[in-house]
Ligand binder design. Structure first.
Ligand code: AN0
Ligand code: CP
Length: 317
């Protein structure tokens, strides 16, 4: 595997999960694979889990890691070609990216949707410049449209906890005060659609995701109906995708918050969220603290998903 930006890059999901279980059983079995190899992690946005889990995964493989927060201490980067650079940005991405490539063997990039231009976001303009100009394998640490390391960790978690061959997995929108990207829900939908699970998406009207990600999933605007009989409830907020509201918060309806009352509609479902989560907006305290909450094991599996991805990239070098 050279680049990892979406579900198709990982190939057969059963094989990927089996490899994840192998890594989890002995995460130091490949500690020589990354010897004298350097991972460069580039963050255009904040992170707790991705930063720590990916660095830990790299350490498990014997790699060295360099982390750069572009907005803290690096030169501000221009990303548009053709701009007369007489403003506040002293460096262009078109030089910065190949320079970054000189100092490493693998690059991870976090570059959220900016909500300035939908075509740029959905064209993955920033991530693709790294793929085109760095000369290195590139993996997404959440880009504008997808968060594949998260979705892979989510899949591993569901496989570990499911008690039915074909569980009902419900991804529900939940309220949040600020605009959030569609990357996590897009990506989760993409990965769930690549399994044979019974997958349902619940969101208020005006919050339908891009059809390319919804795929064959059932979509309903009735959360209670979606939750009936669910085995896994995957909560997430996202901003509107549809024009003219792209990137906007058009509802903070707290009747969509995942509460104990809502969970009572399910088949004793597990609760999932990628974190960070705003309590009592997205999910009530009692649900996230309940024994059915998987948020911590889910976060722990981020180390495993990152390690499988890095291992495969290292094996291809
Ligand atoms: C980000 C998002 O919703 O995409 C990152 C989640 C992993 N969340 C926030 O910005 C709060
Ligand atoms: N879930 C996740 O990606 O968390 P961070 O934004 O903290 O990395």
């Amino acid at each position: 595997m050279r680049n990892f930006t979406n579900v198709s890059d990982i190939g057969d999901l059963k094989a990927a999960v089996a490899e994840a279980m192998q890594v989890k059983a002995d995460r130091f079995a490949f500690s020589e694979l990354g010897r004298n190899r350097t991972l460069l992690m580039i963050f255009f946005n904040s992170s707790l889990r991705t930063r720590l889990s990916t660095q830990k995964a790299a350490m498990n493989l014997g790699m060295n890691t360099i982390v750069l927060d572009v907005n803290q201490g690096a030169w501000k980067l221009e990303t548009e070609r053709g701009v007369i650079m007489d403003g506040d940005k002293p460096e262009h991405l078109l030089e910065a990216v190949p320079v970054m490539g000189c100092y490493c063997d693998v690059i991870g990039v976090r570059s959220f949707a900016r909500f300035e231009n939908k075509a740029d976001d959905y064209g993955e303009k920033i991530l693709n410049q790294f793929i085109e100009h760095s000369g290195r394998p590139v993996f997404s640490m959440e880009a504008a449209t997808r968060h594949p390391l998260q979705s892979f960790a989510d899949l591993i978690t569901i496989e570990e906890y499911k008690t039915k061959e074909r569980p009902k997995v419900v991804m529900t929108w939940a309220p949040h005060p600020k605009s959030l990207p569609q990357a996590v829900p897009n990506s989760f939908a993409e990965w769930m659609n690549a399994t044979d699970y019974d997958f349902v998406i619940a969101n208020p009207e005006g919050y339908d995701l891009s059809p390319e990600f919804v795929g064959k999933a059932r979509v309903t605007h009735n959360q209670d109906e979606a939750l009936a009989g669910a085995d896994f409830v995957y909560a997430k907020n996202w901003s509107a995708f549809e024009d003219p509201n792209y990137g906007k918060v058009i509802s903070t309806d707290r009747s969509w918050t995942v509460t104990a009352e809502k969970m009572a509609l399910t088949d004793n479902a597990y609760f999932m969220h990628c974190l960070p989560v705003r309590r009592n907006m997205i999910v009530s305290d009692d649900v996230i603290e309940s024994p059915r909450s998987l948020v911590i094991p889910e976060a722990a599996n981020r180390e495993i998903s990152a390690q499988v991805v890095l291992k495969r990239i290292l094996e291809s070098l």
